[in-house]
Design a binder for this molecule. Structure first.
Ligand code: ASP
Length: 353
């Protein structure tokens, strides 16, 4: 009898301490979407020519047992794609799922594993459509999971640690790879192959991950998440917006095709400070007269595309992209067009988000 009571006491204290430990740690959901972080190669030295989006979320979690030291993690496979196949529909699904989970009291933060090619775009879309101050961190890898010195496991560990940190709350959607923390609005993939590819080339990183602890140096000044006016909860489609790229000898063919396809908006990735060649300017002017919204941005990668700089936006009724990259200007324009077609209101959004 005494031995039984002793056993019960020991058992209940073990269970209790496990429960206390679990309660001590934040609950982080890992939403997996595919990419190289879930990729496999033929050999351990295959770092190009591998297949992305092969490994499921449970195996990603198992590969990093250290995750359980920082959080109670649960995984969910939202989709399994290479991120070049990311679409507006994927974004709507993902954002709705993130909002649903973050509304739960038992979810403290979210990590999204993602291919690196469009990671910055998904991050910015979520930055404008997630309605929570809880941390949301996007993470990927440049080397497949089967490679020597794969960067996925350490990146995933840092991302979970970051999503577990109270310090990460209220900062908008974050991107963490290669021991750095970057803001969704500012970060871009800068190199086709190297592990230090994610950079905020214009403004610099927000901070670093040091032995699983975030060290922040600054915040982002533009509005995001709970301060954003965009609500996708009832949407099942986004307005059609495409990007057209300029270069010497560029023709108007692509612009005319997008007008013909009935797009609501177009982002021009212009030379220099968003300058417009004569045929491109003529095509965009006609497009605007037909009702299409035209946003001028720059292909240079850094700096502001200034309103009324290289083109008279007031006269042409165009919108200037500020320092958003063309691919992020496309996202803001799509979301803006869900609310208004007024170019003054859209310009205000480009100065705000
Ligand atoms: N093509 C891959 C993807 O974006 C590249 C990567 O994840 O690094 O899914």
């Amino acid at each position: 009898m005494m031995i039984q009571t002793l056993r019960l006491t020991v058992l209940s204290s073990v269970l209790l301490s496990a429960a206390v430990m679990a309660a001590d740690k934040p609950n982080v959901m890992i939403l997996a979407t595919g990419g190289t972080i879930a990729g496999t190669g033929a050999t351990s030295t295959t770092t190009v020519g591998y297949t992305a989006a092969k490994v499921g979320v449970e195996r990603l979690i198992e590969a990093v047992p250290e995750l359980k030291n920082v959080a109670n993690v649960k995984g969910e496979q939202v989709f399994q794609i290479a991120s070049e196949n990311m679409t507006n529909d994927h974004w709507l699904k993902l954002s709705k799922r993130v909002n649903e989970l973050l509304a739960q009291r038992d979810v403290d933060g979210i990590v999204i594993t993602h291919g690196t090619d469009t990671l910055e775009e998904t991050a910015y879309f979520l930055n404008l459509t997630v309605k929570s101050k809880k941390p949301v961190v996007l993470v990927g890898a440049m080397r497949p999971s089967t490679a020597i010195s794969a960067d996925g496991p350490i990146n995933l560990y840092n991302a979970v640690a970051l999503a577990s940190s109270k310090d990460a709350a209220g900062r908008g959607v974050l991107v963490s790879l290669n021991d750095q923390i970057n803001a969704a609005r500012e970060v871009t993939k800068t190199n086709t192959m190297t592990t230090d590819t994610f950079r905020s080339t214009d403004l610099g990183a927000l901070g670093y991950m040091v032995s699983g602890k975030p060290v922040f140096y600054r915040g982002t000044a533009r509005k995001h998440t709970t301060d954003s006016e965009f609500d996708i909860s009832k949407l099942d489609k986004l307005p059609a917006v495409n990007v057209v790229y300029s270069y010497a000898n560029a023709t108007r063919t692509a612009i005319d095709a997008f007008v013909g396809a009935g797009d609501e908006g177009i982002v021009h990735a212009g030379t220099g400070n968003g300058s417009l060649s004569t045929p491109v300017k003529a095509a965009l002017t006609e497009a605007r007269k037909k009702g299409m919204i035209v946003v001028r941005s720059s292909r240079t990668g850094t700096g502001i595309t200034a309103r009324n700089g290289e083109a008279n936006d007031d006269e042409l009724d165009f919108v200037a992209a500020d320092n958003l990259s063309p691919q992020k200007a496309r996202i803001l324009l799509m979301l803006g067009l869900t609310k208004t077609h007024d170019t003054k209101a859209l310009q205000r959004m480009f100065m705000m988000y």
